[in-house]
Write a protein that binds this ligand. Sequence first.
Ligand code: PRP
Ligand code: MN
Ligand code: MG
Length: 184
Amino acid sequence: MTEMMNDVAKVLCTQEEIEQRVQEMGQAITRDFSGSNRLIVVGILKGAVVYYADLIRHIGLPMAMDFMMASSYGSSSVTSGVVNVTKDLENDIEGQDVLIVEDIIDTGLTLSKLKQVLLARNPNSLKICCLLDKPERRKVDMKADYVGFSIPDEFVVGYGLDYNERYRNLPDICVLKPEIYAKD
Ligand code: PRP
Ligand code: MN
Ligand code: MG
């Protein structure tokens, strides 16, 4: 696919592997939230959008869509450590079952900030669903309730994940060639 693939050193998760795993995760969520008629699925912009769109089509329950935006990486491949909420929810989540959908947990800073913000609004429940987990990189304690793939400590792009806002539209999850990151 396209000349973007020239920048790719290796594919970590293929489109087919992702599709299979996302389906399994949707089924698990459907099972666990069955009976809830107050489910709000919160996608974290922008990284989670591709995953979010695929996942919700495997959730066989009534649900509302909502989004928050948080950014800490800016144009770099290294986190600034400061997480800014740049777009908030439209729904009032008090008494609702909230499922956060995120693309990746790296240091854990983004999700720990968002979790703290959302818990303060008194939801009935708050769970986290994350496609990728890099446990080696944690700076704060953070665990998702649903994890798609545990991956090694390599900077990944594709399927929504970016490097400097690019590569989000790659269908696979990939590691770029070292020279692409070299300017950091
Ligand atoms: C990335 C990624 C996660 C977060 C994970 O978002 O999408 O949201 O970093 O890293 P952490 O666990 O170390 O906090 P980013 O800030 O790059 O914004 P984006 O989703 O718009 O790319
Ligand atoms: Mn993100
Ligand atoms: Mg990013």
